[in-house]
Design a protein around this ligand. Structure first.
Ligand code: ASP
Length: 203
C-alpha cells in the first residue's frame, strides 16, 4: 500500500466557518472525518500541518525552504506528497520547489481550492481526493505538479488565471500531464522520467 504525506500549509482549502461566521483554519488532523472518501483510496495517509498556517500571499523564500526540507526529511518514508496551499501563489511555490527538488523520483502535487473544505459547493474535496489518487496511483508522475479542477499541470508551467471559476489554473505553454474525467487520462509522452542514477536523492 502506497504511503502519502499530506502537507497542509494554509490557504482557503483548509478553512471553515466558526460560530460567528468568520473563516478560521480547521484542525487538519481531522480531515478524514470531513472527507471520509480519503479512507477508501487504498493508500496510507499521514498528515503534517505547518505550525504557522498562512494565506499564500504571505509566502516567502523561507517558506519554500521549510517546504522543501519537510519533503527532504520525509522523502524516503513516503511514496508521494500532496501539498495543500493557497491558490494565489501556488504556481510560484510549485515553480520554486521544482527547481529545489532536483532528481525527483516521486510525485509532489500541490492542490488547493476556490471554496473552503466546509462549504456546501466546495471544490476542495474533489481536488484533494484526486490529488491523493494521482500521488498514490500506478502511473508514476515524478514531478512537482499542480492538480486543480480536473487537470494535472506541470507546476512550473502553470498560472492562476481566474479567481472566480473553479477552473482557476491553466498552462498555456505545456499540455496537462493528466485530465481527470471518468478515468485519469495521463499524457505519458510528456511526463518526466526519473533519473535512475540519482533516484534516491531529492535535492
Ligand atoms: N488568498 C488565498 C490564498 O492564496 C486564496 C486561496 O487559497 O484560494 O491563500
Amino acid at each position: 500500500m502506497k504511503k502519502i504525506l499530506i502537507i497542509y500549509t494554509g490557504g482557503t482549502i483548509g478553512m471553515q466557518h466558526d460560530k460567528k461566521g468568520a473563516l478560521v483554519p480547521f484542525d487538519f488532523g481531522k480531515v478524514n472525518e470531513q472527507v471520509p472518501e480519503l479512507n477508501h483510496l487504498g493508500c496510507k495517509l499521514t498528515h503534517h500541518a505547518f505550525s504557522k498556517l498562512i494565506d499564500s500571499s504571505n509566502v516567502t523564500p523561507a517558506f519554500w525552504i521549510e517546504l522543501a526540507q519537510t519533503i527532504e526529511k520525509n522523502y524516503s518514508k513516503f511514496d508521494g506528497f500532496v501539498i495543500l496551499h493557497g491558490t494565489d501563489t501556488m504556481s510560484y511555490s510549485a515553480s520554486a520547489l521544482s527547481f529545489m527538488l532536483e532528481n525527483l523520483a516521486k510525485p509532489v502535487i500541490f492542490t488547493g481550492s476556490q471554496l473552503p473544505l466546509g462549504a456546501i459547493r466546495t471544490d476542495a474535496k474533489r481536488n484533494l481526493i484526486s490529488a491523493v489518487e494521482i500521488a498514490a496511483g500506478k502511473v508514476l508522475v515524478p514531478e512537482v505538479c499542480i492538480y486543480f479542477s480536473h487537470r494535472l499541470f506541470r507546476g512550473n508551467r502553470s498560472e492562476k488565471f481566474n479567481s472566480a471559476m473553479f477552473e482557476a489554473f491553466q498552462s498555456p505553454n505545456c499540455p496537462p500531464l493528466a485530465n481527470v474525467g471518468v478515468n485519469v487520462d495521463y499524457n505519458h509522452d510528456i511526463i518526466a522520467k526519473p533519473n535512475k542514477k540519482k533516484i534516491n536523492c531529492p535535492h
